[in-house]
Design a protein around this ligand. Structure first.
Ligand code: ADP
Length: 569
């Protein structure tokens, strides 16, 4: 009845444990994994990482354009300051001044000064005049600009006065012996002139300078300068712009698109291929476009790698979580099993205390009443009373020892001991009981064993526990063998029976506290499940080991091995 209720209890508890684990841990964990997985899937499907990087690229390009323009404006403004004032200077002095500007700034192709009242001066780099393309350009520009300014000069000047920086830029292709190039020309009004004067100055950036110096230097600067640092939190994709090296290039772009595959200037590491993102330039470099990508990798590849990495991390985390759950489940199950064993233990022990007490009382009362007349009977009663109280003492000693061990307070008193004598004396005290129960008893003790340092009481208790078990768990064939011998530097104490035996699976468990096997005989035999756990503790304290060899139905052999050298503890 009791055991049924216990089983029911344990089932109920197990169910509750499963429910708690399921509802409170497994379900949220599974949901978390699922949501994360879905999230990653959507990032992968919608190419979100790629989109973020593209957004960053757009930003980098916008900043880059600003820098390029800034630089061109600054250079122009510096030269503008060197321009001759249109008044109080002879025409030939103006020409001289313009030529000086050219010679001081070799990056200029042309400089010019238009004054509606005094005419148009157009000067070009003298060394380049030997190039036919350049000569033609000089002629064409001088003619075109002179006519254009003549007609629209007033309008241009008025327009420029309205701007914060009175400079306009015009970009266009230019021909050179070295090939196709781009030239940008700046027009400006001169400083400190009244607004109604139609006077325009201008400079053309030399196409070769732009191609060979200006753009390469600027692109390198833009790439190496950590644009991302400056931007800080405005970065969309926090990862990738710092991790990979950028490459940029400038290419001609017209209204239909551009020639992305024919860069005008490319930064180091561009190699080949199209830009991931490009931006058409306006203002200073209209007609050109700026392209960007990563060196040696593509945004697609980065996106794929990121998603793969995230999936892997999620996978590992999920495995850890599952592992944790399994461990938790196992340790909780173990605790529950132990709790179950404990409750069994309490009922077993109470039972075991009650029986000898009842017997002692019964026999004592019978003796007290004086009804027993024969001396023989009396002696038998006395013996039973002594035996039962001995059993009580043994049980209580076991429990006390156990509680000391559990509390970590168990102390051993090691003394030089003749172990053969100790074993013989202990067995002698039991011989009568053994034989009375119908056991064939065989004992073999090697008398030549040297003295060892042991706790006598503890060793005797271990032996008594083993002998008691052999007596308790034997059914048909009643045999008990005890053997003490020496094997190399080990001392061996064997207790053998031909009893019910122990299955292999349970052999490792019987040394655990409270554990009792499922055999029906065990169930009907009194016991606390403490004996073997004490035996193991005692042997370990002596620096030894305890083992069991057993076949169900055939019998068991328990072997204590103790070191012959003095124990240090
Ligand atoms: P107890 O004997 O009080 O139950 P023990 O710790 O001494 O506790 O033994 C634990 C269990 O190991 C026993 O309940 C029994 O199932 C098994 N056992 C111990 N000794 C033997 C033996 N000699 N033969 C068969 N089973 C044994």
């Amino acid at each position: 009845m009791r055991s049924k209720r216990n089983k029911f209890w344990s089932h109920d508890n197990r169910f509750r444990l499963m429910l708690t684990l399921g509802l409170a841990v497994l379900l949220p964990a599974a949901a978390l994994i699922y949501v994360n997985f879905e999230h990653l899937e959507s990032i992968k499907r919608d190419k979100k990482v790629e989109a973020l990087i593209h957004r960053d690229f757009q930003y980098v390009l916008a900043v880059s354009e600003k820098r390029l323009n800034q630089k061109a404006y600054t250079m122009t403004e510096e030269v503008r300051g060197l321009f001759p004032s249109p008044d109080n200077v002879t025409e030939s002095d103006k020409v001289k001044k313009l030529d000086l500007v050219l010679s001081k700034n070799p990056w200029l192709a042309h400089v010019f000064l238009f004054d509606r009242e005094k005419g148009f001066l157009f000067r070009s780099q003298p060394e380049q005049m030997s190039d036919t393309y350049f000569r033609e350009e000089h002629k064409l520009m001088a003619e075109t600009y002179s006519g254009w300014f003549g007609m629209e000069g007033k309008m241009l000047v008025d327009g420029m006065h309205k701007k914060s920086r009175p400079i306009n830029f015009y970009t266009g292709p230019a021909k050179r012996a070295s090939g196709e190039a781009y030239m940008t020309t700046a027009f400006f009004v001169l400083p400190q002139l009244s607004k109604d004067r139609v006077v325009l100055g201008g400079i053309s950036f030399d196409p070769n300078y732009l191609k060979q110096t200006f753009f390469p230097e600027m692109l390198d600067e833009l790439i190496t300068q950590k644009l991302t640092e400056e931007k800080g939190e405005r970065l969309a994709s926090s990862c990738c712009l710092d991790m990979y090296i950028l490459a940029m290039m400038v290419y001609p772009a017209d209204d239909e698109g551009g020639h992305e595959d024919k860069p005008l200037v490319a930064s180091a590491g561009w190699s080949k291929g199209k830009p991931e993102v490009s931006r058409k330039l306006d203002d200073v470099f209209r007609g050109l476009a700026l392209g960007i990508k990563f060196q040696g990798t593509s945004v697609d590849a980065i996106g794929r790698r990121w998603v793969l990495q995230s999936f892997l991390i999620l996978g590992v985390l999920s495995l850890l979580m599952i592992g944790g759950l399994v461990l938790t489940y196992r340790s909780v199950s173990k605790e529950m099993a132990l709790a179950h064993l404990k409750s069994d233990f309490v009922s077993n022990v109470s039972h075991e205390l009650r029986t000898p007490l009842a017997l002692i009382r019964l026999y004592a009362e019978t003796l007290e009443l004086g009804r027993i007349t024969t001396q023989e009977k009396k002696e038998e009663y006395y013996r039973i009373i002594r035996k039962e109280s001995e059993r009580l003492t043994a049980l209580i000693n076991n429990i006390l020892d156990f509680s000391r061990i559990e509390a970590g307070r168990k102390e051993y008193d090691f003394r030089e001991t003749d172990i053969a004598e100790l074993v013989r004396n202990t067995l002698d005290a039991y011989r009568y009981q053994i034989e009375q129960q119908g056991f064939a008893f065989e004992q073999s003790i090697d008398p030549s064993i040297p003295a060892v340092r042991v706790d006598r009481e503890a060793i005797a208790r271990a032996l008594v526990n083993l002998v008691n078990n052999a007596l308790k768990y034997s059914a048909d064939e009643k045999f008990l063998g005890v053997k003490l011998y020496r094997a190399n530097d080990l001392l061996k104490l064997e207790v053998v029976d031909r009893g019910i035996g122990i299955t292999r699976r349970e052999q490792s468990k019987i040394f655990e506290k409270f554990y009792r096997t499922g055999d029906p005989l065990v169930h009907n035999t009194k016991g606390s499940g403490l004996g073997l756990s004490l035996v193991r503790h005692i042997t370990h304290a002596h620096g030894g080991e305890v083992e069991v060899e057993s076949t169900p139905g055939k019998g068991s052999k328990f072997i204590l091995s103790l070191p012959l050298a003095p124990a240090t503890q």
